[in-house]
Design a protein around this ligand. Structure first.
Ligand code: ZN
Length: 413
C-alpha cells in the first residue's frame, strides 16, 4: 500500500556525539542499549482503519518516530515496516453499523491516517502493508505453522498452540489468570469448546455467510490478527539469517503487550527458530482529563479535528513529548495550550538576531533521547534555552539548533 509523503531530515553537524540508544525492553524488564548496527529493523503495529487517528495512536507512532530519528541521526539506516489491519472484526462491525462497505470505510480511514502522519511529521515506513494485499504471505505462514505441527482445527477454524513456543509468556510476564482475563477482553475465546489450551490463538477463521473471505489450502476464510503482523514483519524486514533475533524492535501501544505481541512473537519463533525481537517496546496509553480515552466512552480526541480547528501539529508533538512515552498520560486543554505557547516562544526565539549558545542544548537533548527517549528532559533543556534567549543571551547559532530539533525531535518550525 502507498506509504505517506517523505519527511525531510535536515543534516546535522557531525561534531555531535550520539551514544547508543537505550530502550526499555518489556521482555527483559529493563532498559538496554541497542547493539551497534548499520541497519536496524523496526516493526510497528499499525491501525485497524475504523477510528483513525486519535491521540493514543499519535503518541505510539510518535514514540517510534523518535526511535527512528535517533538511530538515523546516529548514522544508521532503519528499515521500518508498519501494517494496516484492513480486515478484522471491529472494522466489519463498524462498517455494518454505519451501513458502508468495509473497504470504503478502511480506505477513508487510511487516507485520514496518512494525512495525520504527514502533519505530525512522522517519517513514513519503507513498507506500509495492508493485510488484504499480504494475504498470500499470511496463508503461507499459517501453512508452515501447520506443517510444523503447531496448528489444529476446531470446526472450520484453525488455532495456533501457544505452548509450542517454549518461551510463551516470556515477553509479557503476566500470570495465567491475568493472561486469561486480558485475552477475553481483547477478542480472545478462552472458553471455546475444542480448544486444547484456552489461550491458543486463532490463525484462520473459516468463512461465514456475509463476511469477506479468501482462498487457502485450509479452506476459505480470513486470518487471525497476530499472524498478520508476524508474516508481514518477517517478509518485509527480511531478517539476516545469522542474527540472534529476527528483528531489532517490535513496537506498539502497551495494550498490545498481551495477547498481540506475545502471540506474534511465539508464531515468529516457530517460523524462524529464534527470538522475534531484541527489544519489545511499548508506549503508554493516553487518557483525557484523567479518564482513559476509549471508543466506548466516546472521549477520543482526533488529530485531524485538532488540526482542522487550527492547532499547530507541532504543538501536538510537543504536548505528547512533555511526559515519558512509556507511562500512561493524560491529555488536557491546558497541556495543549501550554504546548502551543512554548512552540510560539521557540519559533520567536529561533528568529531572533542573536540567540543563546546552542551546542550545549543539542548535546543535552541527544543525551536525554539516548536514555530511553527522555523527552521531558529534552524539552526542559529547550525551555531553559528559550528563557535564556529571551533574556538577551548571545553566542549561539539558531540554524544549528533548529536543524537538530527537527532531525532528532521532529519539531519542524
Ligand atoms: Zn501487530
Amino acid at each position: 500500500m502507498k506509504s505517506w509523503a517523505e519527511v525531510a531530515i535536515p543534516p546535522l553537524d557531525s561534531s555531535f556525539f550520539f551514544p547508543p540508544l537505550s530502550l526499555w525492553d518489556t521482555a527483559r524488564g529493563g532498559s538496554f542499549p541497542l547493539v551497534d548496527k548499520d541497519l536496524y529493523r523496526l516493526y510497528v503495529c499499525g491501525i485497524t482503519p475504523y477510528d483513525a487517528t486519535h491521540l493514543g495512536h499519535a503518541a505510539t507512532y510518535l514514540t517510534f518516530d523518535l526511535v527512528n530519528r535517533y538511530l538515523r541521526a546516529r548514522g544508521s539506516q532503519v528499515r521500518f515496516v508498519q501494517n494496516i489491519t484492513d480486515i478484522d472484526d471491529p472494522l466489519l462491525e463498524r462498517a455494518d453499523r454505519d451501513g458502508v462497505d468495509w473497504r470504503v470505510l478502511a480506505q477513508s480511514q487510511i487516507d485520514l491516517f496518512r494525512g495525520d502522519m504527514v502533519n505530525l511529521h512522522i517519517l513514513p515506513p519503507d513498507h506500509y502493508i495492508g493485510v488484504v494485499e499480504a494475504m498470500q504471505l499470511v496463508t503461507d505462514s499459517i501453512a508452515t505453522l501447520n506443517e510444523r505441527g503447531t496448528a489444529y482445527s476446531v470446526d472450520n477454524d484453525l488455532y495456533f498452540q501457544v505452548h509450542s513456543d517454549g518461551a510463551f509468556g516470556s515477553r509479557s510476564h503476566y500470570s495465567q489468570g491475568k493472561m486469561l482475563e486480558i485475552f477475553s477482553e481483547r477478542g480472545g475465546d478462552p472458553n471455546r469448546i475444542g480448544k486444547r489450551d484456552p489461550l491458543d490463538a486463532l490463525l484462520w477463521l473459516g468463512h461465514k455467510d456475509g463476511e469477506p473471505s479468501w482462498p487457502s489450502s485450509f479452506g476459505e476464510g480470513r486470518p487471525g490478527w497476530h499472524i498478520e503482523c508476524c508474516a508481514i514483519a518477517l517478509h518485509y524486514l527480511a531478517p539476516e539469517s545469522d542474527a540472534s533475533t529476527s528483528i531489532d524492535i517490535q513496537g506498539g501501544g502497551s495494550d498490545l503487550i498481551f495477547p498481540h505481541h506475545e502471540m506474534s512473537a511465539a508464531q515468529a519463533k516457530i517460523l524462524q527458530g529464534r527470538e522475534f525481537a531484541s527489544h519489545y517496546v511499548h508506549a503508554g496509553m493516553i487518557g483525557l482529563d484523567g479518564v482513559k480515552m476509549s471508543k466506548s466512552l466516546g472521549n477520543l480526541v482526533f488529530v485531524s479535528k485538532l488540526v482542522a480547528s487550527g492547532v499547530d501539529p507541532m504543538a501536538i508533538r510537543w504536548a505528547l513529548m512533555e511526559s515519558h512515552y512509556s507511562v500512561d498520560r493524560s491529555w488536557s486543554d491546558s497541556l495543549l495550550s501550554d504546548s502551543i505557547a512554548w512552540i510560539e516562544r521557540f519559533r520567536r526565539a529561533l528568529s531572533m538576531m542573536e540567540v543563546a549558545p546552542t551546542s550545549s542544548v543539542v548535546e543535552e537533548v541527544i543525551e536525554a533521547q539516548a536514555d530511553n527517549l527522555d523527552t521531558a528532559r529534552a524539552l526542559n533543556a529547550l525551555k531553559k534555552w528559550i528563557v535564556v534567549c529571551e533574556s538577551g543571551a548571545t553566542g549561539g547559532q539558531a540554524g544549528e539548533l533548529s536543524r537538530a530539533m527537527d532531525a532528532i525531535l521532529g519539531l519542524a518550525l
